[in-house]
Design a protein around this ligand. Structure first.
Ligand SMILES: Cc1cc2nc3c(=O)[nH]c(=O)nc-3n(C[C@H](O)[C@H](O)[C@H](O)COP(=O)(O)OP(=O)(O)OC[C@H]3O[C@@H](n4cnc5c(N)ncnc54)[C@H](O)[C@@H]3O)c2cc1C
Length: 428
């Protein structure tokens, strides 16, 4: 059995792989380019508020994640149910996609559209599940359609615009017109057993707890990988490290920038993976504020600049000390792409204006945090999951891959790829 492994990237995928290998007695070193570990699953404490800088929740169908949390003795909790409203051209209207009654009551969709949507949900009980964290499962549904073309056909125009798009874009930030229908179908099939779960210490406590048990070298940016007969060597900004195996657990664009022994076919497929950017903005208040609706999502035809706005004290009261407030604003990917290279002050002003058009006036904050990410979420274009299924199955010597690009951007998807890479090393 192999005795050593270097894992490049300390997100959920890399740390999950490293944890599994270390538990099996393998000597593991994790290299991380940034000064902190956790990648897109990190939490900061700002003025005593718990601020998730990337992922904020897991869901009831993240089975690998829930099993790992249990092993780490981290108990996920159910956030408070927020009465969400969608901001439509006709005003703000209550809509709860998990409640058939609220769907039927929603006025802007014809009765036929609602019945078609409810039939789609009902059919999902009878059909084989599609796991959102497994490329092979998603590949079965990936037949070249986008969520938009499939949704319009299945539900009709308005039900697609208000019911399906509203369920996808606020969570993935990209346009449903570009993403594979497989993702939409998987979400519909998960809908019946979906609820949100959060961690009391913030989502970053998952990576923090894994990190306590692992050797992680931060500030070590990998630049090249060399494969020999007996070992693999990773060159990084702090030197080089040799091991029996290497797992590259970085976003696809970062892997594509590595020099060295990456097979041509792999490199071509890795280079073709597209990510979309996201600007995440927090407004912090050292005083209580009044908001009319604590969760607002834009809905209906047209492009929306903002994906969603959430008042955190209402959602996870333990994240915000008594008498303070925290409001999160996620920009849509196209708006993030427009603003990500501009001065932070400009981006913040523009996003505040965008947010106020759907949320109503935001009180002047006492502090602001902006978290820009160029590679925030994988855009799974039609065919993506089929390509990734083939990619995962290709045999390779000493070099393995993990990361959310193989599955689509969820904590569950990222973790599964890491665990699978670890298992395949252990099986050798
Ligand atoms: C704003 C936002 C909100 C999200 N919300 C949710 C949510 O609520 N629920 C959910 O399930 N998912 C959510 N996601 C998606 C989820 O966070 C990601 O899919 C997941 O964290 C990705 O994990 P990963 O390990 O694949 O990659 P990452 O977390 O990106 O980890 C990769 C690591 O590799 C490092 N790296 C890159 N290049 C190098 C190099 N050359 N050398 C060494 N290290 C390198 C990076 O610095 C990084 O730490 C969200 C994402 C974002 C951006």
């Amino acid at each position: 059995m192999s005795r050593s492994c270097v894992v490049v990237g300390s997100g959920v995928a890399g740390l999950g792989a490293a944890f599994r290998l270390a538990n099996a007695g393998i000597r593991v070193t994790v290299l991380e380019a940034e000064p902190t570990f956790g990648g897109r699953t990190q939490t900061e404490i700002v003025n005593d508020c718990i601020v998730n800088t990337g992922a904020a929740f897991v869901t009831s169908f993240y089975d690998a994640t829930l099993a790992l949390l249990k092993e780490l003795r981290i108990e996920p909790v159910r956030p408070e149910a927020q009465s969400g409203v969608v901001a439509t051209p006709f005003g703000k209207l209550p809509l709860d996609l998990s409640s058939p009654r609220r769907i039927v009551q929603f006025p802007l969709v014809s009765l036929t559209g609602k019945l078609r949507a409810l039939t789609l949900f009902a059919q999902s009980f009878l059909r084989r599940p599609v796991h959102i964290g497994k490329p092979a499962s998603l590949a079965r549904m990936d037949r070249g359609a986008t969520i938009e073309s499939w949704g319009r056909r299945a539900l009709g125009e308005t039900a697609y615009q208000y019911l399906l798009r509203t369920g996808v874009e606020p969570f993935f930030y990209f346009g449903a017109e570009e993403a594979s229908a497989a993702l939409g179908k998987a979400l519909v099939r998960h809908a019946r057993r979906w609820h949100m779960l959060a961690l009391e210490g913030g989502m970053g406590s998952l990576c923090d707890t894994l990190g306590e048990r692992l050797e992680i070298r931060t500030g070590c940016k990998a630049s090249s990988v060399e494969r020999g007969e007996q070992s693999v060597t990773v060159y990084h900004s702090g030197g080089k490290i040799e091991a029996d195996h290497a797992i590259l657990a970085m976003p696809a664009p970062a892997i594509a920038r590595l020099q060295g022994d990456i097979d041509d076919e792999d490199r071509k497929q890795i280079e073709a993976v597209r990510y979309v950017p996201n600007l995440l903005l927090y407004f912090g208040y050292e005083r209580p504020i009044t908001v009319q609706h604590p969760l607002v999502t834009p809905a209906g035809p047209g492009r929306h600049a903002i994906a969603r706005i959430r008042t955190i004290s209402e959602w996870m009261p333990s994240y915000v000390p008594e008498g303070k407030e925290l409001v999160s604003v996620h920009a849509a990917s196209w708006r993030s792409a427009e603003l990500i290279e501009t001065e932070p002050e400009h981006a913040i002003n523009q996003l505040r204006r965008d947010a106020e058009t759907i949320f109503g006036r935001l009180a002047d904050p006492d502090w602001i945090r902006l978290y820009p990410r160029r590679d925030a979420a994988v855009l799974p274009e039609p065919g993506h999951y089929r390509r990734m299924k083939a990619f995962v199955r290709r045999p390779r010597k000493r070099l393995l891959y993990a990361g959310d690009w193989l599955t689509g951007s969820t904590v569950e998807g990222a973790l599964r790829t890491g665990l699978e890479a670890a298992e395949s090393i252990l099986a050798q």
